[in-house]
Design a protein around this ligand. Structure first.
Ligand code: 9MR
Ligand code: 9MR
Length: 561
C-alpha cells in the first residue's frame, strides 16, 4: 500500500511538473497574452524584464522545478503603447540571477516558461546559422547534416541566361554563364546581390567582433572539421556565388539571378523554370565591393588565394561604380520577382559602406562621405554597419560621434517605451529592425562600456523571442509558441509538419495586407499585424538578411553570457 502511495505521489509530482512546464499544455491552462517574456530566457547577469497587462501591482517568479516562489517584485506604473493599443507594466527581475526554469506569475496568470542560464542563447546562435545551410542552392542536403530536412539538389544555375537588361557587347542577350551556389533569398528561390551583401556582412561582422563564439560554432555541415570555422565555411557558399555575379569584362555587378516569376510552393528540385541574370546596378556593385573587401580580410588567415580574389573583385566593382553612381534597379517588363529597388534614393550610403570596408582592409583611404545621420542597418543601407566595423578597428571621433547619435536615439526610445524596446514603427521585416537596433546598441556598449546600451539591446532582442503582444517567439523552433506556417517554399512543400528551425519570421507589418486579405488580420494596431499563415508573405516570410542579423545578435549575447 505504502509503495502504491509513493508511486502515486511520484506520478503526481511528475504530472505537476509537466503541467507547469510542458509547453504544450499552456494554451488551455492559463490566460494567454497577458504576460510576455523572452521565451528562450535571460542571461544570469543580464537585464531581465517582462511586459504585463492587468491591474495587479506585483509579480512573482516561480520555479518550474520546485514550484516555489523565488522572487517577488513590484510592477512599474502602467503606460500606454500606441503601437499595440495596450496599457502595460514592466516586471523587472534583473536582480534575480539563479539559473533554472521559471515563469512570471501575476494575479491568476502566468507567462510562458523561460530559462535563466549563461548558455541560453548558444543553441539559437548555431541554429540561426545552420538555417543558411538548408538554403544552399545547387546542392542536395544529406540526411547526416540536414536530418529530416534532407532534400534533393535544385537550381544548379550552371547555365543561366544573360537577360536583355544585362546584355553588353562581350555578353549579349542570351549568353549562357554559370552562376552556381549561393543561398535562396527567402521564401522564394531567387538570389539577389544587394540582400546577399548585407547578409554576409552582418555574419562576417559577428565573426570579427566575437571570434571565439562565432569561430567555435559547430554546425554539422559538410565542411565541418576542416581548418576554417564552420560559420565562415557557410558564408563562403554564398560569397562564391556572389563572385560569379561580377562581369569580368568591366567589374560591374548584376543585381539578381532569378526566374521570371515566383515559383509555386514546390521543392527546389521541382522548380525547373529558366533562370536569368538581370541588369547591373550601382547598389549591387557597391554592396558587393563592401562585402568582398570585408571577406578579403576575414578569409585571409584561412585561404590567401581566396582573400586575394575577393579583394580584386572588390576593387573591380568599386571602380565600375565610380563611373556609374546612379544606376537604379528598374524591373524589366517580363520579370516579376523581388526588386530590392530604392526609387529616388542616392547611393552615397552604399558608397560610404564600400569605401570604409576597403579602407579597413587596405589601410588606404577611399573617397566617400559619412552619412548624417546614420541609420539602423537594413538591406537598403549598410553605412552604420561600416561605421561599426571601423570603430571596432580604430577610433575616429567623427564616426564615433555620429554612431553614438544613432545609438543614443535608440537607447532613448527604449527607455521611454512602454514595451521596453527601441523600436516604435512597423514595416515589412520589422523583426529585423528590432535585431539591427539591438546590434547597434550592443556595439555602443562595447565601444563605451555603458551597460545601459547592453540592457536596451537585450530588451529589444526579447521582443523577437516573445516579449511582444502577439505572444509569438518569432524564431522557428525556439520558444514555447513559435511560427508553424512561415511563407517558405521548402517548409510548405516538404510534407514535414514543423518548419525548418532557426528562421526568424518577418514580424508585424500593417502594410501589404492583400496577401491573405485584410480580414485575415484581426487587429488594426501595427504591432499586432502578424498572422502565422502561409499566405502572409508580408508578415510571415523568412529572409537571409533578417537571419543574418539574428546570427549577429545571438552570437553577441551568447558572448555576453
Ligand atoms: O512568394 C513570394 C515572396 O517570396 C515575396 O516576398 C512576395 C512579395 O514580392 O511575393 C510572393 O509571391 C506572391 C506574389 O507576389 C503574388 N502571388 C502570390 C505569390 C505567393 O503566394
Ligand atoms: O525585405 C523586403 C522589404 O523591405 C520590401 O518591402 C518587400 C517588398 O518589396 O520585399 C522584401 O524582400 C523580399 C524580396 O523582394 C523577395 N524575396 C523575399 C523578400 C522578403 O520578403
Amino acid at each position: 500500500m505504502r509503495k502504491i502511495l509513493l508511486a502515486a505521489l511520484i506520478l503526481l509530482s511528475i504530472l505537476g511538473l509537466v503541467l507547469s512546464c510542458n509547453p504544450g499544455m499552456q494554451a488551455d491552462s492559463y490566460p494567454m497574452n497577458t504576460i510576455h517574456v523572452n521565451q528562450l530566457g535571460y542571461l544570469p547577469d543580464g537585464y531581465k524584464s517582462a511586459v504585463v497587462i492587468g491591474s495587479s501591482n506585483t509579480f512573482t517568479i516561480v520555479s518550474c522545478e520546485s514550484k516555489a516562489v523565488v522572487f517577488r517584485g513590484d510592477l512599474s506604473e502602467p503606460q500606454y503603447w500606441e503601437a499595440s493599443g495596450e496599457t502595460v507594466r514592466l516586471a523587472d527581475f534583473t536582480e534575480f540571477n539563479t539559473p533554472g526554469i521559471y515563469r512570471v506569475n501575476v494575479g491568476g496568470g502566468r507567462s510562458h516558461r523561460f530559462e535563466i542560464d549563461r548558455q541560453v542563447f548558444s543553441e539559437l546562435a548555431a541554429a540561426s546559422v545552420k538555417a543558411f545551410y538548408f538554403h544552399r542552392a545547387g546542392v542536395g542536403l544529406e540526411e547526416k547534416y540536414a536530418g529530416i530536412y534532407s532534400r534533393n539538389p535544385g537550381h544548379t544555375d550552371t547555365a543561366v541566361g544573360i537577360h536583355a537588361s544585362a546584355a553588353s557587347e562581350s555578353r549579349p542577350e542570351g549568353t549562357i554563364i554559370s552562376s552556381a551556389k549561393g543561398w535562396y533569398d527567402a521564401g522564394d528561390y531567387n538570389k539577389y546581390i544587394v540582400n546577399s551583401a548585407i547578409t554576409v556582412s552582418s555574419m562576417m561582422s559577428a565573426y570579427e567582433h566575437y571570434p571565439e563564439i562565432a569561430g567555435g560554432l559547430d554546425l554539422n555541415i559538410p565542411e565541418s572539421g576542416d581548418q576554417t570555422p564552420d560559420l565562415l565555411d557557410e558564408i563562403r557558399w554564398n560569397l562564391e556565388w556572389m563572385l560569379t555575379m561580377q562581369d569580368p569584362n568591366d567589374g560591374g555587378v548584376y543585381h539578381k539571378l532569378t526566374s521570371k516569376n515566383f515559383s509555386g510552393m514546390i521543392m527546389p528540385e521541382e522548380d525547373t523554370s529558366e533562370r536569368w541574370i538581370v541588369m547591373k546596378t550601382t547598389p549591387a556593385a557597391l554592396d558587393f565591393a563592401a562585402s568582398m573587401a570585408q571577406a578579403s580580410r576575414v578569409y585571409k588567415p584561412f585561404d590567401g588565394a581566396f582573400s586575394e580574389r575577393c579583394l580584386t573583385a572588390a576593387f573591380g566593382a568599386w571602380e565600375w561604380a565610380q563611373g556609374n553612381m546612379d544606376i537604379h534597379y528598374s524591373q524589366p517588363e517580363d520579370i516579376h520577382t523581388g526588386a530590392y529597388a530604392q526609387p529616388g534614393a542616392s547611393f552615397e550610403d552604399e558608397k560610404f559602406w564600400a569605401a570604409t570596408e576597403l579602407m579597413i582592409t587596405t589601410d588606404e583611404t577611399y573617397d566617400a562621405v559619412l552619412p548624417q545621420p546614420l541609420k539602423v542597418p537594413e538591406w537598403r543601407d549598410g553605412a552604420a554597419l561600416a561605421a561599426m566595423n571601423l570603430l571596432h578597428k580604430q577610433s575616429d571621433d567623427g564616426v564615433k560621434q555620429t554612431f553614438f547619435t544613432l545609438a543614443d536615439s535608440l537607447l532613448n526610445e527604449q527607455q521611454m517605451s512602454a514595451y521596453d524596446v527601441s523600436n516604435a514603427t512597423f514595416r515589412w521585416g520589422s523583426n529585423s529592425d528590432f535585431l539591427n537596433q539591438a546590434m547597434i546598441l550592443i556595439a555602443a556598449y562595447r565601444f563605451s562600456g555603458n551597460e545601459a546600451y547592453k540592457d536596451a539591446a537585450q530588451s529589444t532582442f526579447d521582443w523577437v523571442m516573445g516579449k511582444n503582444p502577439t505572444g509569438f517567439s518569432f524564431v522557428t523552433g525556439f520558444g514555447d509558441k513559435t511560427p508553424r506556417h512561415i511563407h517558405h517554399r521548402p517548409s510548405e512543400a516538404d510534407g514535414i509538419e514543423t518548419p525548418q528551425p532557426g528562421w526568424v519570421a518577418g514580424g508585424p507589418n500593417p502594410w501589404n495586407q492583400e496577401d491573405c486579405g485584410a480580414e485575415a488580420y484581426t487587429s488594426s494596431y501595427p504591432a499586432l499585424a502578424y498572422i502565422d499563415q502561409l499566405c502572409s508573405y508580408a508578415t510571415n516570410e523568412i529572409a537571409i538578411n533578417w537571419n543574418g542579423v539574428l546570427v549577429y545578435v545571438s552570437i553577441a549575447l551568447d558572448a555576453e553570457g
